[in-house]
Design a protein around this ligand. Structure first.
Ligand SMILES: [Fe+2]
Length: 461
């Protein structure tokens, strides 16, 4: 038995443990080299159970069913008598079987016994994100963080994780402080930088968001798994400034292009950005068509409905309504006949299927149906994972449909909510102007338009 850099026992030769330690460092930095380092550990000692586990976790974190199958294959026949390694294998078995919630609980139980297990912490943190558990995004890290000396080399990364959890819980001041401190300690901490971007997004601090991401572009634009997502965040700020050309420039440069890796995590962001532009009536050229084509090559069987929802956005946006409806039918069948022990089943039934139906209804121009499907579940969308900022694409769809369908009272309610949270929202003021005009309130419409123009001018100045 060797010991990892955090002092925990693990099976493996010295060379394997050293490579595993290196892999952990890459994992904290979202670097793709994590794969090669884990494989190097396995090559040095095939009996290094945690290197195998780490490699399998990386596959699972792609959120694609085909990668989960690969993880299952990699783990076949792997066993250990060491209690911590066995706990990891049990968490992996749960996740590969589709029990994302069970895997998360097992990693929590593991961390209660071995709070310095950084593999369990980093992977558990991502699992909390996948299942939309904001409380645990914050508190899993809070519990573990207490067991690391702040002077330890890697402890800044725990602050970065904690920052994201705090942000998802709405604790923006503490989130920003923790995130900025983490970035100061490690300029390559893309997850901490991402947490700060989330705070700025939620508070509508567009200019600061752009400045932070632009000034640090050299640190995140390439060489990490989060670069597309950070470009997406930058595009979100540009969208709020009504800079559609700037959004498309980022889209083509990094979010999705012919050289993209065509992985679901990145295609989710691509679809969500195009869909937002679609809600604004912007011309996106043939981008939806190209993205929809990429999505059709993905998983045939339901695995993670968050991905299906974005595939459906791409298909609807590309005008491939029949293909989108087929994907919805598949989800409906899964809701009726699928394994109700799987986490995805709960996600689909609780909110995924209604949200998917709403997207298709939007494509048909049936805005009354969008509201019927989406309004009842709009406060429960976290069940299928993602961040507040990502799930906002559904809230925006609902607002847009309420304005288009002439459901005046409902539109007024949605707009009041959004403007209370973000008084400078150009998205909301644009809809407010249309809503007032439809209601015959010309003065109100002119005032809303002026407000939108003023906010846009301030953001672009
Ligand atoms: Fe994000």
């Amino acid at each position: 038995m060797g010991r990892d850099r955090f002092g925990l026992e693990m099976a493996g030769s010295d060379a394997a443990v050293a490579a595993y330690d290196e892999a952990l460092g890459h994992l904290l930095r979202f670097r793709p080299e994590v794969v090669a380092a884990a494989e190097q550990a396995l090559a040095a000692d095939p009996g290094c159970v945690l290197a195998r586990g780490l490699r399998a976790y990386v596959s699972l974190m792609s959120s694609e069913g085909s990668d989960a199958a690969a993880a299952r294959e990699l783990l076949k026949g792997t066993a250990s008598t060491h209690p911590r390694e066995r706990a990891h294998l049990e968490a992996l078995a749960a996740w590969t079987a589709g029990d994302w919630y069970g895997a998360s609980r097992r990693l929590d139980a593991l961390l209660a016994l071995w709070p310095r297990d950084v593999l369990a912490l980093a992977v558990g943190h991502q699992l909390d994100f996948f299942v939309g558990d904001a409380r645990n995004l914050r508190d899993r890290v809070a519990r573990a963080r207490a067991h690391h000396d702040p002077r330890e080399a890697e402890s800044g990364f725990f602050d970065g994780m904690w920052a994201f959890g705090l942000e998802e819980c709405g604790e923006y001041v503490r989130a920003e402080a923790a995130g900025r401190s983490a970035v100061d300690r490690n300029p390559g901490d893309v997850w901490a930088l991402h947490a700060v971007a989330h705070v700025e997004e939620m508070q509508g601090r567009v200019r600061e968001g752009v400045a932070d991401l632009e000034s640090r572009r050299a640190g995140w634009w390439q060489g990490n798994f989060l670069n597309v997502h950070l470009a997406w965040h930058l595009a979100l700020f540009r969208l709020e400034a009504d800079d559609h050309a700037g959004v498309l420039e980022l889209y083509d440069a990094l979010i999705h292009n012919a050289g993209s890796a065509q992985v679901a995590m990145e295609m989710v962001d691509a679809a969500a950005m195009l869909w937002r532009l679609h809600l604004d009536g912007a011309d996106t050229g043939d981008r939806f068509a190209r993205l929809a084509e990429a999505w059709t090559k993905k998983d045939a069987e339901p695995w993670y409905v968050f991905n299906d929802l974005h595939a459906i956005q791409a298909l609807v946006g590309a005008g491939r309504l029949a293909d989108a409806e087929r994907r919805v039918d598949r989800l409906a069948r899964f809701a009726r006949e699928g394994d109700d022990a799987s986490s995805n089943h709960r996600m689909v039934v609780a909110a995924g299927l209604p949200a998917a139906r709403a997207l298709c209804a939007f494509g048909r121009g049936d805005h009354g149906a969008v509201i019927r499907h989406l309004a009842p579940v709009r406060h429960h969308l976290a069940v299928f994972g993602g961040s507040h900022a990502q799930r906002d694409v559904f809230q925006r769809t609902l607002v847009e449909s309420s304005v288009r369908t002439g459901e005046g009272a409902l539109a007024d309610q949605f707009l009041a909510e959004r403007l209370a949270a973000r008084p400078g929202s150009t998205f909301a003021w644009a809809r407010m102007a249309r809503r007032r005009r439809a209601a015959g309130d010309v003065a109100g419409a002119v005032e809303a338009e002026a407000r939108r123009a003023g906010e846009r001018a301030a953001l672009c100045a």
